[in-house]
Write a protein that binds this ligand. Structure first.
Ligand SMILES: [Zn+2]
Length: 288
């Protein structure tokens, strides 16, 4: 389904509501429409190694050049690495993996990390959602992948997937400074610049809110602290996440915030009865 169209780009609403952009100049990004909309496409750019962002790459393999960030490439070529990592590298049954991460791998032809000037593309490092996520500025369109979440997703889910909230925040500030007229998040609506800047501010605000929210859950438990899994459970209950798949997806962002606050000396991790627990050691201060 076509979501947006102008003289230089067509944006399709793909599987999992993903945004697949097909540019007039023969570039397409994050292909996952499930049908062939790639006539004239010569290069595919993938933002990161989550399978919902490259589902169509397999049937384009050999016909177009497939580019992905260097350190996301192992996940694109072998998506299992991603969900094994999510579960401490241990084997886990495939039926409890979020469908967003399940898919068939595809061979990457080239790394996309430094494309500045090539076919009018600029690669912008936007780490945080995944460790090496990249965005692409093509003409005046900013393909943000999952470095920007659509506001309706924040409203619907309460907390969203990322591994490093601090780098996520830095990336959002970088995106604001880039010269674009259209913002294309990984999923959901696309935005003209004015609205897009507000969407980025909303993401920054939500990251700050989650940080504070997780701190308060820990602080309420006083000097005894709280088990790390109980912090995750409290958020899962608050936002109505049910099932193993959903809980697994909430673990990385919660742990990312806890790590950040440990680095900022607000929280401290400790071991209690063989479980990992966390306690507040200083009053809350937002990350500067
Ligand atoms: Zn993703």
């Amino acid at each position: 389904m076509l979501r947006f169209c102008n003289d230089s780009v067509k944006i399709y609403k793909g599987k999992f509501d993903v945004n697949t952009a097909v540019f007039k100049n023969g570039i397409a990004t994050d292909p996952n429409v499930g049908e062939n909309v790639y006539e004239g496409v010569k290069k595919i750019l993938i933002t990161h190694g989550h399978a919902d962002h490259f589902g169509d790459a397999l049937f384009l393999e050999g016909k177009v050049k497939i580019l992905a960030p260097r350190h996301e490439t192992p996940l694109v070529e072998n998506p299992e690495i991603n969900w094994r990592g999510m579960y401490s590298w241990a084997k886990l049954p495939e039926d409890i993996v979020t469908p967003y991460f399940l898919g068939r791998g595809v061979r990457v032809d080239e790394f996309s990390d430094s494309l500045e000037g090539v076919n009018g593309i600029k690669t912008v490092p936007t780490h945080g959602h995944t460790p090496s996520h990249k965005s692409y500025l093509i003409d005046d369109v900013f393909v943000a992948g999952d470095s920007v979440h659509c506001p309706s997703y924040w409203e619907k889910f309460g907390i969203l997937y990322y591994v490093d909230p601090d780098r996520m925040m830095e990336s959002l500030k970088v995106i604001k400074r880039e010269d674009w007229d259209l913002l294309v998040p990984g999923h959901g609506d696309v935005f003209e610049r004015g609205e897009g800047l507000k969407v980025i501010d909303k993401n920054i605000k939500m990251l700050r809110e989650k940080d504070r929210e997780i701190y308060e859950i820990v602080r309420e438990n006083g000097d005894d602290g709280v088990e790390e899994m109980e912090v995750i459970a409290e958020l899962a209950r608050k936002y109505g996440f049910k099932g193993v798949k959903a809980v697994l997806v909430v673990m990385p962002p919660v742990r990312g915030h806890i790590s950040s606050m440990c680095e900022r000396r607000l929280l401290e991790l400790f071991e209690r009865g063989g479980k990992i627990a966390v306690k507040a050691v200083k009053p809350y201060r937002p990350k500067s």
